[in-house]
Design a binder for this molecule. Structure first.
Ligand code: HEM
Length: 187
């Protein structure tokens, strides 16, 4: 930790960056998620076309990649606990931050699994960057439609939780001014 000064003149300790693997996995997930939503909204807007089909295929491959990245993140996080939030953070805020993070992890596992299952039920052969995965389930269009609806709902929940997560980070950066964002710095 190193010392920074606050507008009220009080000196505070700026938290050190987390390990490079933690930060890399965090920003890789964030970047992939942004691409996933951009792809989904674009192929939705395009309607049936060759371009939309290519974007869906890329969405499926990147979605499976997110599953691998999030599994690695969870394994890393379980074996490398991070330091608690600064001591003067109110207890309700710490609890809310922990809950939001746990829900994000859970939904980031559920989202690709639901998308994968729904796609398989629609009769699609799922490819991971060109490599065809085995068809494990029989086609069932009604079930597929239901699961795609769930896929969309989980998507909105991920966006809402991400907004809360970002609001928490901005609160630490600009209101509490405790330098917490430094823990997740990119460089
Ligand atoms: C974290 C990973 C993922 C995110 C954030 C994500 C996000 C989304 C979103 C926001 C939509 C639009 C939903 C709507 O129309 O309301 C969508 C649609 C879709 N997703 Fe995903 N997805 C993910 C993983 C996957 C995976 C792994 C697959 C398949 C292997 C997949 C297959 C699809 C397909 C085929 C659609 C189009 C559904 C339709 O025809 O309406 N997704 N996804």
């Amino acid at each position: 930790m190193f010392v920074i000064s606050r507008p009220d003149g009080a000196a505070t300790r700026r938290p050190r960056p987390l390990p490079l693997a933690t930060r890399s996995l965090h920003w890789l997930t964030a970047g992939l998620l942004a691409i996933m939503f951009a792809l989904a909204w674009t192929f939705d807007a395009l309607g049936p076309s060759d371009t939309a089909a290519s974007l869906v295929s890329l969405h499926q491959s990147l979605g499976l990649l997110i599953l691998v990245v999030v599994a690695a993140r969870i394994a890393w996080r379980v074996t490398h606990p991070i330091e608690p939030l600064p001591g003067d953070t109110p207890r309700w805020e710490t609890r809310l931050a922990t809950l939001v993070q746990a829900l994000l992890y859970a939904l980031l596992v559920a989202m690709p699994l639901v998308g994968w299952y729904a796609s398989a039920l629609s009769g699609d052969t799922i490819r991971f960057f060109g490599l065809a995965l085995p068809d494990l389930v029989a086609m069932n269009e009604d079930r597929s439609d239901q699961l795609f609806e769930l896929h969309g709902t989980i998507g909105w929940a991920i966006l809402a939780l991400t907004a809360l997560h970002v609001a928490g980070a901005l609160n630490h950066q600009f209101i509490r001014r405790d330098g917490l964002l430094n823990r997740m710095r990119i460089w």
